[in-house]
Design a protein around this ligand. Structure first.
Ligand code: PBG
Length: 336
């Protein structure tokens, strides 16, 4: 005799629904699809330019002409949207970040080119000044290096308008200034961009997981030893995230972003349960770098861990995921 002694059987066997692939598929509560993916891309000035990012193997910075080829692939894979991040030359950086709202700037030019060739591709632009400031902060600073809120919001508003005018579908303020969603929403309305969507980075934390991104856009050097703790949130806090989200919804945000992703799934869950609005997650550069490095060392099975991580985003309540793995995931989904 083996197992339970005669006369006793468990009344419920949870393992029954796990016996075969077919039944596991039937009872699965959450499923990732290509419709959930946003692919971030780093845009270089010039033509035929392509550069690897050493701390993000597999990620390439590209000039607009080469980017269009990549976007063609993304369209055929069914990825709904891309998020653009410019790599701006030092000669274009300044204290007042005027380049941020240059109609002929890199982002504005890239948006026009993408929307012209691929009108069906959703284009998301980042609203923040860090690619354009000589000091690498997301806003305008005073003589002590403190980022000035209202002065910064004025520039962010001009930046958002110039992106909308170029044809951006979604502007995504990632700067964490107070009141910027309301200011941007109002000026978009006044200028007639009533369908320009705002993806608010409402709960953006002062995270060390952004390191490789700052290498990729070249803001790490300008920022030096400074940090962003006077505007990005303290990783110790969670109630505060709900308050930030509530303000941004009231000010006119259409979608909300939680950033970083994997260590912050509890925030996503709380936001979703409290507000029932579209919640996106940013699986940031440091999270990508960790999974990539371990996979390259043969310590983790890359496809398996990435797909598990994405499923966990869905389980937490995430509607869409911004991830450097988006293209790989779209391929894997197509082939499975
Ligand atoms: C800055 C910005 C950052 C990221 C996106 N926009 C970094 C920062 O706040 O310094 C990070 C994204 C990533 O790590 O992948 N506005």
């Amino acid at each position: 005799m083996s197992g339970f002694s005669f006369g006793f059987y468990p009344s419920t066997r949870k393992r029954r629904n796990r016996t075969d692939d077919f039944v596991r598929r039937l009872v699965a509560e959450n499923q990732l699809s290509v419709n959930d993916l946003i692919y971030p891309v780093f845009v270089l000035p010039g033509e035929k330019q392509q550069q690897a990012v050493s701390s993000m193997p597999g990620v390439e910075r590209k000039s607009v002409d080469l980017l269009l080829q990549e976007i063609e692939q993304l369209v055929s894979l069914g990825v709904p949207a891309v998020a653009l991040f410019p790599v701006v030359g030092d000669d274009k950086k300044s204290l007042q970040a005027e380049e941020a709202y240059n109609e002929q700037g890199l982002v504005q030019t890239a948006v026009r080119a993408i929307k012209h060739r691929f009108p069906e591709m959703g284009v998301i632009t980042d609203i923040a000044l860090d690619p354009y400031t000589s000091h690498g902060q997301d806003g305008i600073i005073d003589k002590n290096g403190y980022v000035l809120n209202d002065e910064t919001v004025d520039v962010l508003t001009k930046q958002a308008l110039s992106h909308a005018a170029a044809g951006a579908d979604i502007v995504a303020p990632s700067d964490m200034m107070d009141g910027r969603i309301g200011a941007i929403r109002e000026s978009l309305e006044v200028e007639g961009f009533v369908n320009a969507k705002i993806l608010a980075y409402s709960a953006k934390y002062a995270s060390a997981f952004y390191g490789p991104f700052r290498d990729a856009v070249g803001s790490a050097g300008s920022l030096g030893k400074a940090d962003k703790k006077t505007y990005q949130m303290d990783p110790a806090n969670s109630d505060e995230a709900l308050h930030e989200i509530a303000l941004d919804i009231e000010e006119g945000a259409d979608m909300l972003m939680v950033k970083p992703g994997m260590p912050y799934l509890d925030i996503i869950r709380r936001v979703k349960e409290n507000f029932k609005v579209p919640v996106f997650a940013y699986h940031v550069s440091g999270e990508y770098a960790m999974l990539k490095a371990a996979s390259q060392n043969g310590w983790l099975d890359e496809q398996a861990v990435v797909m598990e991580a994405m499923t966990c985003f869905k389980r937490a309540g995430t509607d869409a995921i911004l991830t450097y793995y988006a293209k790989d995931i779209a391929h894997w989904l197509k082939n499975s």
